[in-house]
Design a protein around this ligand. Structure first.
Ligand code: SAH
Length: 211
């Protein structure tokens, strides 16, 4: 169920769906997604689908994790990436293998604690976690070369634009319910360019922080 063959099938499928960044695909291939879900769901970990992780949240679909990682990395290597919505830590683990340092913010403390443990188990030590409200970003450590948001925002949070370095890239789903679009926003140093990419479906970016 969690065998190499099942994982290969997932990679094959991502390729067929048009993903082509070899570095990203290799990282998805070697990241054990079954460790990021409950044991009862481990047999579905290499399906290309979102799965429940408790607290009404989901681990992102592998396609989306790969797609967003590709978009972030498309203009070259990144040293500082801010992630909003740690969740299970799966996207965090993928990013940690692709960029120098990841700063990850989550509003639900218990999810964050579990994600921290998983990353340590995998010996991924270039990640710093913060329990808080991602609408505020993480200003103390700004600016970031890349920012990725893994929950759908009703609008682009101003704080995230403010914390994006010149040349920096922000990948964020915006909208609600069935009407969400993935945006790529680039800080062109003076103005922000915006591209509307795919129709997507994420859980909402909420406000405040909870245990
Ligand atoms: N990439 C994660 C996706 C988790 S789902 C994974 O693959 O597991 C989205 C996550 O965003 C949830 O954990 C949710 O609690 C978190 N979230 C929602 N609103 C937030 C906010 N304002 N600040 C920080 N995290 C938030």
């Amino acid at each position: 169920m969690t065998s190499q063959r099942t994982r290969e099938r997932l990679i094959q499928r991502l390729c067929e769906e048009g993903l082509s960044d070899a570095r990203v695909l290799e990282v998805i291939r070697r990241t054990p997604r079954h460790l990021f879900v409950d044991e009862a769901l481990a047999h579905r970990a290499y399906e290309d689908t979102a799965l429940p992780i408790g607290h009404n949240q989901t681990i992102s679909q592998p396609f989306m994790v790969a797609r967003m990682s590709e978009l972030l990395l498309a203009s070259g290597p990144l040293d500082k990436v801010l992630e909003i919505g740690t969740g299970s830590g799966y996207q965090t683990a993928v990013l940690a293998q692709l960029v120098e340092r990841v700063f990850s913010v989550e509003r639900i403390q218990s999810l964050q604690e579990r994600a921290k443990e998983r990353l340590l188990e995998l010996d991924l030590r270039n990640v710093v976690f913060r329990w808080g409200d991602g609408w505020d970003g993480w200003s103390a450590l700004a600016p970031y070369n890349g920012i990725i948001v893994t929950a759908a925002a009703s609008e682009v949070p101003q704080a995230l634009l403010d914390q994006l370095a010149p040349g920096g890239r922000l990948v964020i789903p915006v909208g609600a319910g069935d009407e969400q679009q993935l945006l790529l926003i680039v800080n062109e140093g003076g103005h922000f360019s915006r591209q509307i990419l795919d129709s997507v479906r994420f859980v909402p970016l909420l406000s405040g922080s909870v245990f």
